[in-house]
Ligand binder design. Structure first.
Ligand code: GLC
Length: 808
């Protein structure tokens, strides 16, 4: 079933039926002032942190999953009938209520029509501001004059700490106060003493106060008490004030607060009128008045909207493609990158699933997030990368989460048992990606402090990352799994060994050797390669299972992921990383990839392992707690899908890479959205596999490593435009029947267009390549040959030019 379509021209997803299989969400604002909003205007807002700065309440995991939100109730004052400008919360029958929602880049528009009145709402946060606009335009489509009363509604938290707000009621219901502060503005203050503190010392910014103002029409009533507006036995569907037809002018004094302004709009037939609601952080008399004076006109709001859209579209302009596959086009041109940018901004906090408690930067995830955004926002990627590098301890391991108050050099060392084994190995993906993107080879020489003490160059940090694992090897000469490797559910015991990390380490050593050569440090390169040789020998000695590589070896010597056991017999990550790291022989690579196809591929994506665990020791394989076929227990873990695509591409199998890509690609489910249920325009962390009772259902939208690896595998491997230190590699690996595709790529401040033709219908191999009319004998276009506006034309064919010199 289809609930909407992609409008790539406008960079919007258009929801045409509001009764989507789950609430389909979008993000507004920035990391200063963020918001989640759904296709039915549900959602919440937060200041700096979803957990500590939550000023708008959402009842998580409720029915429906997105209430309350940012509502406009509309009441026909002649008939008494009322509805909402978004289908929910009033939920008029869909045969008489028409609605369309356009989720765009940091804005959402909802247009609805009911009883001859068209409403258009538009929600966004102007760049750099800490308030949001809710715009409402009403048009009388009927033939008689109409009197419409509009009411706004949102629910404020009593405390900005979301957990406290929900559970500590004996405190929180006594601290909230609402009032009207001027003819068109209301204010809600919680915890007044903090607010007072802020007034005394503006550096204290975590005061809790919100204001809401109306421009363009007089306020004819208001409510700041939730109980008054909704009524003790009312609901969002039937709020007392709307049912009765009039606000109560309530001033909240304890209990719970809301933001309701009432206004009256008279419309002649065919007439339109627009009002502007502004809602922000701070005191009404100060921040509110100031914002209203400066931004409180339709003209200014239009200007701010244009600025916002331009800013986002600029970022999305870093990579554009036209391919024969529309789903890939939607992903590459709009949603794949937008998803990466939102994930980069909010990490794993703040969505309809994450209620903010996972605040801060989870180490391994955040390092990987760099891969998706380096081309679009190189400066921010650099700043983040440096912060992450400074989260590495001087012993080479990482702080598991970098909190907002983290200060490099001042961090207390964590216990040995708290280290994860994979965290810093992700440097070997992220750092070269960033350097090749920007050309800043000198980044390797930049001095960055360690989390606890001392400092090193970035190159030095990389060496420490290798040493950390090399100094923590288990009985078989493979890296210890420590608290977890990438897989949070794998508890091998401190000395158990992770083959996944062994492969990461192998890639790290190879990458380090390459960087060392470039920095003229041949001895270091030789050291890395000799360590790699030892590691390779240990891998081959202990980990080859005949048709695939094993998973891991526990402290007591138990081998996981081997053909002789029934549960978790084969593990996806070690197969594809044996390819990505180059550890597997060509013969092993083929066998591994065949085993993946045979045992792990489903129509919805590749399972993390199979068969699921039922009896496994929970202390080691804690994924056994998940129902079979979900998450780490033989679910389709979308974070890993890109690795499967890349592994197939490294073997030249464009057709299979495409098949895997499409199986897990959200856009590919647009016309059968009931299968995934989640938004067809964004990834989800996990998809139920065929071992479950609900194959295809996808959960945990938006914030996941799946965003990065999905976008990265398509743009840099499938379409194959992969920046290298000294040039741009053009090495696509596509579905064989694609006849051509084209890309516009921003790289080091140059706009480069690339046209790839495939007359012989091959998956991989560039036979001839020219840059601005000059023929090259390699697929690496040297940076000196490129300038802004350069045109690359590549023709694929069987007599392929050599591919050398590439980073992963
Ligand atoms: C979640 C975590 C990520 C981890 C993955 C697998 O996505 O955020 O860090 O690698 O689960 O367990």
């Amino acid at each position: 079933m289809q609930y909407g379509y992609f409008d790539d021209e406008a960079k919007e997803y258009v929801v045409t039926r509001p009764d989507t299989p789950s609430s389909w969400s979008n993000y507004l604002g920035s990391t200063e002032y963020g918001a989640v909003i759904t296709n039915n205007a549900g959602g919440y807002g937060f200041y700096k942190s979803g957990a500590q700065g939550r000023f708008m309440r959402l009842r998580f995991n409720s029915v429906p999953m997105d209430q309350p939100g940012r509502y406009f109730y509309l009441r026909d004052m002649q008939s008494g009938d009322y509805w909402s400008a978004s289908w929910q919360p009033v939920g008029k029958p869909l045969d008489s209520y028409k609605s369309e929602c356009r989720h765009g880049t940091a804005y959402t528009k909802i247009t609805s029509e009911y009883s001859g009145i068209e409403s258009e709402t538009k929600y966004y946060v102007p760049l750099g501001q800490t308030f949001e606009y809710w715009r409402l335009k009403l048009t009388n489509k009927s033939s008689s004059p109409r009197k419409i009363r509009a009411f706004t509604y949102c629910e404020f938290t009593n405390q900005w700490n979301t957990t406290q707000d929900q559970v500590n009621l004996q405190y929180s219901i006594f601290i909230v106060k609402g009032q009207k502060t001027s003819p068109n503005m209301i204010q809600v203050i919680s915890h007044e003493n903090l607010y007072e503190q802020h007034k005394k010392n503006p550096a204290v910014t975590d005061y809790m106060s919100e204001w809401m103002a109306l421009a363009g029409s007089p306020v004819t009533g208001f409510d700041t008490s939730r109980q008054s507006f909704i009524g003790t036995y009312g609901s969002y569907k039937e709020p007392a004030a709307v049912v009765e037809g009039c606000c109560y002018n309530s001033e909240a004094f304890g209990d719970n607060a809301c933001g309701t302004l009432q206004t009256d709009i008279e419309l002649a037939p065919g007439e339109s009128k627009e009002i502007l609601v502004m809602l922000g952080i701070g005191a009404a008399e100060e921040e509110g008045k100031k914002a209203l004076a400066e931004f409180g006109t339709i003209e200014r709001a239009d200007l701010e909207f244009d600025k916002l859209v331009k800013n986002w579209h600029e970022k999305l302009g870093s990579f554009k493609a036209v391919t024969p596959d529309e789903d890939i086009n939607h992903t590459v041109n709009v949603w794949g990158l937008y998803n990466c940018l939102i994930t980069f901004a909010w990490s794993r906090a703040a969505s309809l699933v994450y209620n903010g408690e996972r605040d801060g930067l989870g180490y391994r995830d955040s390092v990987q997030d760099i891969l998706g955004v380096s081309a679009a926002i190189p400066e921010q990627a650099e700043e983040r990368l440096v912060r992450l590098l400074s989260g590495q301890f001087s012993n080479g391991g990482a702080l598991p989460v970098i909190g907002k108050d983290f200060v490099p050099g001042k961090q207390k060392m964590i216990d040995a048992g708290e280290f994860r084994s994979d965290d810093c190995q992700w440097f070997f993906n992220a750092v070269p990606c960033f350097v090749a993107e920007t050309g800043k080879l000198d980044f390797y020489n930049r001095i960055v402090p360690y989390a606890d003490q001392g400092e090193a160059t970035v190159y030095g940090h990389l060496k420490q990352a290798l040493l950390f694992n090399l100094e923590r090897m288990g009985a078989d000469g493979l890296p210890c799994g420590l608290l977890a490797d990438w897989n949070d559910c794998l508890k091998l015991g401190y000395h158990g060994e992770s083959l996944f990390v062994a492969f990461q380490l192998r890639l790290g050593l190879t990458t380090y050797a390459d960087i060392s050569e470039r920095l003229n440090k041949s001895e270091e390169a030789a050291w890395a390669l000799s360590e790699r040789e030892k590691l390779d020998a240990n891998i081959q000695k202990k980990c080859w299972d005949g048709k695939w590589f094993v998973w891991a070896i526990a402290e007591d010597g138990t081998v996981y992921g081997t053909h002789s056991i029934d549960e978790g017999q084969i593990y996806f990550n070690t197969q594809v990383w044996s390819v990505l790291s180059g550890a597997a022989t060509p013969e092993q690579q083929k066998l591994c990839l065949e085993s993946v196809k045979e045992k792990l591929a489903t129509p919805y994506g590749l399972m993390l392992c199979a068969p699921p665990f039922v009896h496994a020791d929970r202390e080691i394989m804690s994924s056994v707690v998940f129902l079979p076929g979900i998450k780490e227990n033989a679910g389709i873990f979308n974070h890993t899908q890109g690795w499967g695509v890349i592994a197939e591409i490294m073997n030249g199998n464009g057709d299979r890479a495409y098949e895997y890509c499409k199986a897990a690609l959200p856009a590919a489910y647009n016309d059968r959205a009931e299968v995934r249920q989640s938004e067809p325009y964004v990834i989800g962390q996990t998809t139920y596999s065929t071992y479950s009772k609900r194959p295809g259902n996808t959960r945990v939208s938006w914030l996941s490593g799946a965003a990065t690896w999905n976008y990265y595998s398509i743009t840099q491997y499938m379409l194959g435009i992969r920046p290298q230190y000294d040039g741009l590699l053009v090495d696509p690996c596509i579905k064989h029947d694609w006849d051509s595709f084209s890309v516009e790529r921003r790289w080091r401040n140059m706009n480069i267009s690339i046209e790839v033709k495939n007359p012989s219908r091959v998956c991989r191999g560039i036979e001839s390549l020219e840059v601005d009319g000059k023929k090259l004998d390699s697929v690496l276009v040297p940076v000196d040959l490129l300038h802004d506006g350069s045109r690359i034309i590549a023709v694929m064919g069987k007599n392929a030019l050599p591919v050398r010199n590439q980073r992963m």
